[in-house]
Design a protein around this ligand. Sequence first.
Ligand code: SF4
Length: 384
Amino acid sequence: MLREWELIRPDAIYVWENKEVRERLCWYYEVMRDRAPAKYHICARLEIPMKKDELLQLKTEELWKLHDKYAEEVDKIWRELKTKCTIEDFRRWTETSLPETSLLDVKILIAYRTLKECIFCERKCKVNRFERKGACLTTATMRISSYFHHPGEEAPLVPSGTIFFTGCTFRCVYCQNWEISQYPDEGDPVNAKQLAIIQKWLRETGARNINWVGGDPTPAIHVILESFKYLAEWGVNVPQLWNSNMYLSVEGMKLILHVMDIWLPDMKYGNNKCGERLSIVKRYWDVITRNMKMLADRDEDCIIRHLVLPNHLECCTKPVLEWIAKNYKDKALVNIMDQYRPEWLVAKYPHKWPDIARRPTRREIEQAYNYARELGLCWEPVTR
Ligand code: SF4
């Protein structure tokens, strides 16, 4: 019998017949089908020969050194498993007991220390989130507004076990999710164990992945990492997906690089100026391309989203597509999104942002599609 989501989204089944999709999302595909371990299992089982107490005594700089050394080791194992993962390998990385100290423990410890002077994202506000909120409007206690099997994501992801955090590192004047990004206290507080229980339930009830989103998931790095410790202990295997504006600091990126199996980054603007005017962030283009280059250089499985904004074809859409063609063309899939509508502040004060106070025209969308085609990008299988 067909499951409900198969009726709504038959493309979620036949998309896997597409060779390019299979090749570009090869790691995710194997983890999704329980033929390879999610990366967090590797991090949780890579032993660091040190007692827990000794680890706690280390200074943060020393923890980072340890992190970088063992992260290289994890990457090596991941690359080998990408080439070939036997049933024995799968069991070795998902079923064996956890060591006293692992790379995942180091990541969790660094993340919790970072909260005292937060630099998870490039805003680097350095506030103590145990005492007050950062610019993302969140304290150390993260809140979620909902979680469910999302039927509306890109075909290879459906049904996607989506977990929505409140708060955001951006202030997009047209935010399509403003009820949760701008009103973080509306959500329910959640700790790492509760997050792990939610993930377990989502996976056991058919989710192909765990989709971290918001707002933006960056302020929640500490609690997400800690939740993996439970999943690893319980032997739950599920691909982890980072669905984000990608405005992370280098430190934030390093903490999540070795635990995410697939990426769903937004590339919104093609320059710093539009980022500053429409999302109120500095150095948008510099930061986002730096982080995206990290993913491209590692050959990470990735579906890049670009929301076409009206009147922003020349300044944003074209440079974004050109960057992908130059840096990530043979590996990333691209979703060119046509669903922009003026929301939040733009809906209230359209005269302040007249350029984006309407939906994009069919012609603008077609121009974006044609340009992607000219550049030879792989976008059709994941663009609806
Ligand atoms: S996540 Fe970013 S915005 Fe939030 S407190 Fe940390 S540095 Fe500031």
